[in-house]
Design a binder for this molecule. Structure first.
Ligand SMILES: Nc1ncnc2c1ncn2[C@@H]1O[C@H](COP(=O)(O)OP(=O)(O)OP(=O)(O)O)[C@@H](O)[C@H]1O
Length: 322
């Protein structure tokens, strides 16, 4: 990735919170929480990057620093060449933000009035506003909803409304914090489809925080995993599959008939159902010798190889933390 393409960069960024905790009846104890503990990464223009980690890992704190809501305690952070905390208003014109858990829309106003207010806030030229609104309305299926007050929208409708609101001023980068939380499968698919199209057609850079690994698998080629404020992984999605320590692939074999568990070197049977057996083997190993060994010793009818479930890999990464 060339430096010229770098839209977001963090260099040893830290955020420390001072928290006071009551201990006993009178005493209060001062404690520091290192929410983000020396994180460095770079995101190039046009990338869609997943940012995942367990509860309390530091994801929201990172996003808040990237928008300028929070000032880092240390390190250097730039978005589109801007220091977010120092020039928050200037940055606001370049970024869009969607928080799945709360809306940026006006609760009592019809959707289109909220958009009108956005237009004035961001001083969006009339033609550009009309064009962007039309595109969002069409692609996010909002035509029927424009006159409805936000409080009357379903969660999925409101989320689509929020995503449109974040895009009316043509941001170069979109931060999404749990954009599919609480949505049904159809709404999730709509939101994901829209984001993919946005990235492909407008080249919008997307930083996506989510607990839904389907979001990640369907949208992101690059993933960062954070835990205890530190980056545990920063790489291609495919690399995650191979990463989880002890992660395994599965060879599923269909035998001619029901047989005792297959015995071959380098794999162990983890499940038997009638003539079908599941053999787990290390994700890094080749399946070929295993298949050959089974075929030589057993009446093999059919087989398939399954990659480790990304959910398992991530769960293992979280479990091994500390
Ligand atoms: N304003 C604050 N004051 C004190 N501590 C905070 C504050 N904001 C966050 N923290 C702490 O910082 C840590 C990281 O929190 P953060 O919200 O960034 O996690 P997260 O990865 O977004 O978690 P989740 O998946 O639950 O949203 C947590 O221990 C949290 O309690």
């Amino acid at each position: 990735m060339g430096v010229a393409d770098e839209l977001i960069s963090l260099d040893r960024v830290e955020k420390v919170f001072d928290v006071r905790r009551r201990v006993g009846l009178m005493r209060r104890e001062k404690r520091q929480v290192r929410a983000v503990d020396g994180i460095s990464f770079a995101i190039a223009r046009g990338e869609v990057v997943g940012y995942i980690g367990p509860n309390g890992a530091g994801k929201s704190t990172t996003i808040k620093m990237l928008t300028g809501i929070l000032t880092p305690s240390g390190g250097r952070l730039r978005v589109a060449g801007i220091d977010p905390a120092r020039e928050r208003m200037r940055l606001a014109h370049r970024i869009g933000v969607v928080f799945g858990q709360r809306t940026t829309l006006w609760w009592d106003l019809p959707l289109k009035d909220s958009y009108g207010l956005m237009r004035r806030m961001y001083r969006i030229p009339a033609a550009r506003y009309a064009e962007n609104l039309e595109r969002c309305v069409e692609r996010l299926d909002l035509a029927e909803l424009l006159d409805v007050p936000v409080r009357q929208l379903s969660l999925g409708q409101r989320m689509r409304g929020d995503i449109a609101a974040a895009l009316l001023h043509d941001p170069e980068v979109l931060y999404l914090d749990e954009p599919t939380i609480g949505l049904d499968v159809v709404s999730k698919a709509k939101v994901r489809g829209f984001l993919r199209q946005l990235n492909e057609e407008q080249g919008t850079t997307v930083l996506l925080t989510t607990h839904d690994l389907q979001d990640i698998e369907q949208l992101c080629e690059w993933v960062m995993v954070i835990d205890h404020g530190r980056l545990m992984y920063d790489g291609a999605l495919g690399g995650l599959h191979a990463l989880g320590e002890g992660s395994e692939r599965t060879l599923v074999v269909d035998l001619e008939r029901e047989l005792p568990p297959v015995e071959v070197a380098g794999a162990r049977v983890v499940r038997v159902e009638g003539p079908r057996q599941w053999l787990a083997f290390p994700a890094g190993a080749s399946a070929a010798p295993l298949v050959a060994a089974v075929a030589a010793e057993y009446p093999l009818v059919d087989l398939s190889v399954r990659d480790p479930d990304i959910e398992d890999v991530i769960a293992r990464m979280y479990a091994g933390r500390g």
